[in-house]
Design a protein around this ligand. Structure first.
Ligand code: TYM
Length: 336
């Protein structure tokens, strides 16, 4: 059985980008039944920027509940909080000693985030990809389903694993990214040159997984388009980035390809297309929202899942960590 692992930061409410780029694919891969899956709320990652403690707690539970509402809790999956498994941070420290400053300086996400916030750049923000590598390698993951923005972090993870294996022998499995064909890079509805992000100050730029149907429809209707008026994906023309983004969303939500979509809306304007796109998103999110409502009232169940999962995660991650420590030359711990 192959191993899948992925996570989402607890730094904001989840967006449609998180869903179409990541969680939807986790669910599809999980349903496939061929994988042992580890999904976690990356709370350690989220403190690379300052968090309000009460909000962090609330959001962490919200994300955990959304994972379960998305159906990830069924079967043999483990769904846990990163901070409940100390092996992530321990392995993160080790891997940081096998990762060069230059490699981390090239990370575009670090450059983007630090550019926006010079006064508050912490060393945690800089070394964040090392912790992400530890998340993945601790479980010997084969496949890591993520959106396109995480590709570079995964490449770094692979480089560090190959380096470590080169020095100490086969210790880590080299993970492959799984980046979906459609939905890997959902852009802001207001500025399609920027990725849709939960930290966008303009709330019309993103759709939240828990947005109400009329809010979703309003945001889609307000989404920027162009004056061409033709519903056809056109990667060549940067002015068409807004409609391209909506077509990608519609495609990821319905499973229809670009050609089918162009055919469906031939001769129809953006108004009709936006209506259909809004309805498609509402339809995709409705079962998730309904199940979220139900699970929010079953806190005991949610707690039981993350508690049991964290135990399983500690056990699995500890196996890797013990092997790593031994290879490095640390004295084995005597259990009394
Ligand atoms: P995060 O929290 O920024 O995003 C979670 C997942 O959602 C995807 N995503 C998107 N996909 C398409 N379009 C978008 N606009 C969009 N925005 C976000 C991300 O690619 C990601 O898959 N470092 C990670 C969290 C993490 C992780 C890991 C992931 C920590 N450790 C280990 C995988 C494996 C992050 O910040 O994702």
């Amino acid at each position: 059985m192959q191993t899948i692992l992925s996570g989402v930061q607890a730094s904001g409410h989840l967006t449609l980008g998180n869903y179409l780029g990541a969680i939807k694919n986790w669910r599809e891969l999980h349903k496939d039944g061929r994988y042992r899956c580890w999904f976690f709320v990356a709370d350690l990652h989220s403190i690379t920027v300052r968090q309000n403690p009460a909000e962090l707690r609330e959001r962490s539970i919200e994300i955990m509940t959304l994972y379960l509402a998305a159906g990830l809790g069924q079967g043999e999956n483990s769904i846990f909080f990163q901070s409940h498994v100390p092996q992530h941070a321990e392995l993160g420290w080790v891997l940081g000693c096998y990762c060069n400053l230059g490699e981390l300086s090239r990370m575009t996400q670090f450059k983007d985030k630090s550019g926006k916030n010079e006064a508050g750049i912490t060393s945690g923000l800089f070394t964040y990809p090392v912790l992400m590598a530890a998340d993945i390698l601790a479980y010997q993951a084969d496949l890591v389903p993520v959106g396109a923005d995480q590709k570079q972090h995964l490449e770094l993870c692979r480089d560090v694993a190959v380096r470590f294996n080169g020095i100490y022998g086969e210790t880590f499995k080299i993970p492959e990214p799984f980046i979906p064909k459609e939905g890997a890079r959902i852009m802001s509805l207001q500025d399609p040159s920027m990725k849709m992000s939960k930290s966008d100050p303009n709330s019309n730029g993103y759709i939240l997984l828990l947005d109400k149907p009329d809010t979703i429809m309003k945001k889609i209707k307000r989404a920027v388009t162009d004056s061409v008026g033709e519903v056809r994906f056109d990667a060549e023309n940067p002015e068409r980035a807004g409609i391209n983004n909506l077509i990608s969303i519609y495609s990821a939500a319905t499973g229809k390809d670009f050609e089918q979509i162009a055919h469906e809306f031939e001769g129809k304007g953006y108004g009709a297309f936006k209506q259909a796109a809004g309805e498609a998103i509402i339809d995709v999110l409705a079962p998730l929202q309904e199940e979220y409502g139900r699970l929010s009232n079953d806190k005991e169940y949610v707690r039981s899942v993350y508690t049991k999962s964290a135990e399983q995660a500690r056990e699995a991650a500890q196996k890797t960590l013990a092997d790593v420590y031994e290879r490095i030359g640390f004295i084995p711990k005597e259990e009394r």
